[in-house]
Every structure is written in C-alpha cells, then in structure tokens.
Ligand binder design. Structure first.
Ligand SMILES: Nc1nc2c(ncn2[C@@H]2O[C@H](COP(=O)(O)OP(=O)(O)OP(=O)(O)O)[C@@H](O)[C@H]2O)c(=O)[nH]1
Length: 355
C-alpha cells in the first residue's frame, strides 16, 4: 500500500474537524471521517465499518484516494464506496474486529509487509464500529492521539445529529431523515443493482431488488379514543419493536407519520418481498397488546425501482395502502398487481434516466 506524506499540522486538523462538524447528515459525517483521517495520516485507503448489536457489519465505507498525473501536474482523485450488509469481510479482519471489540482498544495484525490497524468507534459505551487502515509502519503516539481525538469528535457529533434524525417516541429514523436521504438512498440502490448487473467484479452478491412499503396502524384513532393517548403511545412503541423484530437489521424502517411507517427492504424477487411484508402484518395481528388486545396494520408496497423517482415510489406504495384500507384493512397490497387488476390507474410520470 502506498503511503503519503501526512497532513497533520494543527491548523490542518482543526480545519478538517471544522469541515466535518459543518455537515448536517449522518452518512455524510461518516464519509467525512474517512476524508479527514486519511490525509491526516498520509494513507490512501481507509475504511469504516458500522456493526449491529451482534457484531455483524451492517454498513461499510471504503475511501480510496489516487494520485493522478495529468499534463505534468499531480492531483488527488477521491472515491467513496458504500456497501450495506457487507459480507465480504476477510477472516483476518473479522479476527481483528473481535480483538478490538473485546479489548475495547486499537489493535493491529501483520499482513505481509504491512500492518492492518483497527480502532474501535464507541457510542453509548459500546463499540458501534471500526476505523481500519493498512500501512507499513506502526502508529506513533502523536498519530494515535490525533486518531483518538478525531474519533471522539466524530462520535459526539454523530450522536447529536443522529438524535435530530430520530423520532423521540419510537427511536426510529423520522420522516425528515427519510426525505433528506431519499436521493442518496436511490443512488445507492441504483449503484448496487448496477454492480449486480455487471457481475464479475462485484464486491458482494447483491439481492435482485429493493421494495418500499408504507404500513399504517388500523383504526388507531379509536385506540386513542378508547384507551387514551398514553396507551396509544405504548401501542406505537410495541408495533415498532414487532416490526423491527420481523424485518432484518439491514432493512430500513422509518416512522413516517403518527401511526404510519415506511420500510425499505432488499429481497430477491416480488414473492420474497410480499412474504416479508406479509410476515410483518401477521406479527402485529398475532400479538396480544396489553389492555388493548388485538391491533392490526395495513400495508401498500411497490418496487423501489431506482429508475423511478423516489417520491413516485412512495406515492405508489401509498395508493396501494389506500386500496388495502378500502378493502377492509389488515392486509398488504402491492401497486403492480392493483394496476394489472385495474383497481388503480398506472402513474404515467416519475421515471428518471439511469447511467
Ligand atoms: N397516541 C398517539 N396518537 C397519535 C400519534 N400521532 C398521531 N396519532 C393519532 O393517530 C390517529 C390517526 O387517525 P386516522 O388518521 O384517522 O387513522 P386511523 O384511525 O388509524 O384509521 P385508518 O388509518 O383509516 O385505519 C389520530 O387520532 C392521531 O391523533 C402519537 O404519537 N401518539
């Protein structure tokens, strides 16, 4: 691995921290962390791994900078790749992660002539992720202090931003977060489907498709009116936990409105998606809610086709949800079937050109 001259003077560090904390989006802050630490340490490739409660990698960011020579002058080309549900973690790295998580401090392993170095990233006293890089020499005490300091600023700032993107009652990502991230999310989906299409050099075998479902608690007003808002709030929290338990950790779940949720999942095909959403509906129906008893939800879903504008996909799922409510509630409908059956009219707008 090529190392670069570090850029670690105090003014440079402060400038980079200033840039990092000027960002208002959690995913951009993660990218900025790599863009900050790589140049400070003079390293061309760095990675960030976010893990779930069981230590599995749910998201990985790979930052690579290349020095390109053009017309006699050199410039740095910067690239970030984001992979959700990363399965391509080498045994060496997995082993390193285990050591870092258990020891709760940075560790390194020899890898040929290089060292693979990993730092833990903490949040609420537990390891949330890892900062990883590879180079030919050990970290000096000054570099160690820089990395620890930047990681601490990052975690504090990330937690602050994250709380503004979360719903206070359920802890889910809120509507603002979904809307602020839709374009980035769509670019990510389209890049994944594109990589899958290209095939050979793909880092991971991605699923064939993504699906967006709007889920809504049935007759929630009646629950509030009968049992009061405090019990209504409890129902919302329980519905959230049940949805989280039936969906995969890598799926995305948002509280979209009062008693309305949006789930975005990866599935191999339509049948698998339908089964997953049907499972979430059944998990609510089968649960006995203390005091309230039986609660049901309805859902409408559509393919999260990256060639269709995300707002249009939400609109499609919403119209399928409306049809599910009209048909008697406690059911999940999908947009394409309803269009094929002539129940709803196909939308004529909303497509975007890819690539
Ligand atoms: N307890 C509680 N109620 C909420 C919250 N947010 C919204 N609501 C209530 O949710 C209810 C939603 O009612 P409606 O939109 O009429 O829908 P619904 O009664 O669920 O009927 P359908 O969706 O047609 O089955 C309203 O009474 C809102 O006041 C919340 O955070 N907590």
């Amino acid at each position: 691995m090529t190392n670069q001259r570090p850029d670690s003077g105090l003014p440079s560090i402060l400038k980079k921290l200033g840039a990092m904390t000027a960002i208002r989006d959690t995913s951009m802050v993660e990218q900025s962390l790599l863009r900050t630490l790589g140049p400070l340490l003079g390293i061309l490739e760095t990675a960030f791994y976010r893990i779930d409660d069981n230590g599995y990698v749910i998201r990985a960011l790979y930052h690579a900078r290349r020095v390109v020579e053009e017309h006699g002058s050199k410039r740095i080309v910067d690239n970030i790749e984001e992979v959700t549900n990363e399965q391509n973690v080498s045994p060496e790295l997995r082993n390193l992660f285990d050591s870092v998580r258990l020891l709760r401090k940075s560790c390194c392993r020899k890898l040929g002539f290089d060292l693979l170095i990993c730092y833990p990233i903490f949040g609420e006293n537990q390891v949330l992720g890892y900062f990883v890089f590879r180079r030919d020499r050990e970290v000096t005490p000054v570099e160690d202090a820089i990395i620890q300091g930047v990681l601490e600023v990052f975690t504090n700032y990330f937690a602050l931003l994250d709380s503004s993107q979360r719903d206070q009652l359920t802890g889910l990502l809120n509507r603002y977060s979904l809307e602020a991230n839709l374009d980035r999310l769509w670019n990510l989906l389209s890049a994944k489907l594109h990589v899958n299409h290209v095939g050979d050099n793909a880092r991971v075998n991605y699923p064939e498709s993504y699906w967006l479902c709007v889920l809504d608690v049935d007759h929630f007003k009646k629950i509030n009116d009968t049992f009061g808002h405090v019990i209504g709030d409890e129902v919302l929290i329980m519905v959230t936990r049940l949805l989280q338990n039936t969906l995969r950790q890598s799926d995305l779940l948002y509280r979209y409105g009062g008693e309305e949720f949006v789930a975005i999942i990866a599935a191999n095909d339509f049948e698998a998606a339908k089964e997953a959403f049907e499972r979430t509906r059944a998990s609510i129906e089968e649960f006995h809610f203390p005091q309230v008893g039986r609660v049901t939800i309805s859902g409408g879903f559509s393919s999260a086709d990256p060639s269709v504008l995300p707002q249009e996909v939400i609109h499609r799922a919403d119209s399928a949800l409306y049809a599910a409510k009209e048909a008697g509630r406690n059911r999940v409908f999908d947009y394409d079937t309803l269009v094929a059956q002539g129940v709803i009219k196909a939308a004529s707008t909303g497509s975007i050109d890819l690539f």
